[in-house]
Design a protein around this ligand. Structure first.
Ligand code: ACM
Length: 543
């Protein structure tokens, strides 16, 4: 039996729990009001698998029922969950998503076995204590970035992560689909993007300074049907998938597939292959009409596949060196009357800002898009700390806060020698719990520009699902609470209480089969002695 005092993320308010309760068993019926079909399907599928509960349809006010309804007197995504003795359980949501988040809370109340995929104790019935939970999210953008470019995550893994996100009330998957090291989405108009761009012949093992290589080819991509399935699976869970196609930097895989996209007047781009190591790559897109038309063709297919209002265009880490040396790029700077290469990048981003706006979408990019002037409709993902987000919010732009110093979950979570992925800042579970997405220097009006926050899982040194689990958990649970719950200021947060609730949550993660980092340190099989990392004392950033 679990009560509202063991939930993660913590709800806004819990009344109770009281001693008596409602017994959920095979006689429990389900009444689903208008607008609650996703939750109805999810509950039957999830509790049917975990407990063998049939949840047959029942009358609206039948005693012993589970009732789902939308009540628009509640805020979007808010819910109220009432467990009322023999009468049953009612989840009211301000909208269909609110009902769904209420169902996620109910699953936690039903004990860790509710997170399994088949009954381990068939025929069991259990009581849920009488209580009322009122809840609503602090932020409307509660994101997770998955980098499937550096190491490909097969579709099954992505669907699993969508389930894990839903269980933590996260609602935006920032899907990092392209990079120097791989192009992961089928584009029908340009088949070589995946024929050539989705495979590399070998891979640097460990930090980029490491002398080691994994000499096996690595790659993979999602077909358009895979993407449709991922997007639909996410939508069933009230998660939006924001695709990222990175331009004009981080593009070597695309240039390897279509050499004319690169700065052909500076280097022989036909000699480039999909990149096999890490770091900031000098081979960036040429600022030509041909490149713009090519990427419009890419984005046309992206818009058909992804209903998300936001489309991420990257914009980060685009070295200017080739543009400085390229007569074509310099001629473009002259012709457009631009001051320098920064403005050339701003022109490139501005083109896609207008292009996306004309199609009813909104451009989002990393904070480098501030350099050379921020495009009119752009939203900023602030990753190099808070500064980019502060500047953007002050200029009246929307912001997603994801500073690498706090919420890059590929970074090590302990300073000890056993940490298997020794890169980045040391960021412990407690550090993430004390992360504050809204910097104090923003006025209330500026703070309202912070749409929310996002944890980023880059995968240079995280080559499979078990490694991603290790990096993401348990810190993603702390992050989810930061994104959802209305926590006090960082220094006043009750980390001891979070740890107490984590005791219950580890049992849920175990039932889900998440290979998290235990609080005592990595399990023996999670250690990876000898993986070349980066000294902790060096200057950041240090992926
Ligand atoms: C980034 O980490 N380059 C966005």
């Amino acid at each position: 039996m679990t009560s509202g005092t063991e939930l993660i993320p913590a709800p806004l308010a819990v009344e109770g729990p009281y001693r008596c309760g409602f017994v959920v068993d095979d006689d429990t019926t389900l009444w689903a009001g208008p607008g609650t079909a996703t939750t109805e399907r999810w509950l039957r599928a999830t509790l049917g698998a975990a407990y063998g509960l049939r949840l047959p349809p029942g009358a609206a006010h039948a005693p012993g029922s589970l009732r789902l309804l939308v009540d628009d007197s509640l805020a979007p995504e808010a819910y109220q969950l009432r467990v009322a003795g023999h009468l049953g359980i009612e989840i009211r949501g301000g909208d269909p998503a609110g009902v769904f988040w209420g169902a996620q809370t109910l699953r936690q109340l039903l004990g860790p076995d509710a997170f399994r995929r088949a009954p381990v104790r068939p025929g069991i019935s259990f009581g849920v204590p009488v209580q009322t939970i009122e809840d609503s999210p602090r932020f409307r953008w509660r994101g997770l970035l998955l980098d499937v470019a550096r190491h490909f995550m097969p579709k099954e893994g992505v669907l699993r992560y969508l389930d894990l996100m839903a269980a933590h009330k996260l609602n935006v998957l920032h899907f990092h689909l392209t990079d120097d090291q791989g192009w992961r989405i089928e584009i029908e108009k340009y088949p070589r993007l995946t024929e050539i761009g989705s495979w590399r012949s070998r891979t640097k093992f460990g930090h980029r300074a490491s002398p080691l290589w994994d000499e096996r080819p690595h790659g993979g991509f999602y077909t358009q049907d895979d993407i449709r399935e991922i997007v639909a699976y996410a939508a069933e869970r009230h998660i939006t998938v924001v695709p990222e196609i990175d331009v004009p930097g981080h593009s070597q895989a695309a240039i390897a597939a279509y050499p004319e996209l690169g700065n052909t007047d500076v280097i022989d781009t036909t000699a480039l292959s999909v990149w096999d190591t890490w770091g900031i790559n000098p081979n960036v897109l040429a600022p030509t009409d041909n490149t713009l038309r090519f990427y419009e063709g890419v984005f046309e297919e992206i818009l058909e596949l992804f209903p998300s209002r936001f489309v991420h265009i990257g914009g980060d880490e685009c070295p200017r060196d080739q543009w400085r040396r390229s007569p074509t790029a310099q001629a473009r700077i002259q012709e457009l009357g631009l001051a320098d290469e920064d403005e050339l990048q701003a022109w490139f981003v501005g083109h896609f800002d207008k292009w996306l706006s004309a199609r009813g979408r909104r451009l989002i990019g990393w904070d480098e898009i501030l350099e050379g002037g921020l495009a009119e409709g752009a939203t900023v993902s602030s990753w190099r700390g808070y500064a980019g987000g502060i500047a953007a919010a002050r200029a009246g732009h929307d912001v997603v806060m994801c500073p690498e110093q706090q919420v890059y979950l590929d970074h090590r979570q302990d300073g000890g020698p056993d940490e298997p992925v020794p890169i980045g800042y040391v960021r412990t579970l407690e550090d993430v719990y004390r992360f504050e997405p809204v910097p104090p220097e923003l006025t209330p009006e500026e703070a309202a520009r912070v749409l929310g926050t996002q944890a980023n899982v880059w995968t240079e040194v995280t080559e499979d699902q078990a490694r991603v689990d290790y990096q993401a958990f348990p810190r993603l649970a702390a992050f989810a609470e930061v994104a959802w719950s209305r926590l006090p200021a960082p220094a006043e947060r009750d980390f001891a209480d979070f740890e107490r609730r984590m005791d219950a949550h580890y049992a849920r993660l175990d039932a889900l089969g998440v290979a998290y980092r235990p609080p005592t340190g990595p399990r023996p099989w999670q250690r990876r002695p000898g993986v070349p990392g980066r000294p902790i004392d060096g200057p950041p950033p240090n992926r």
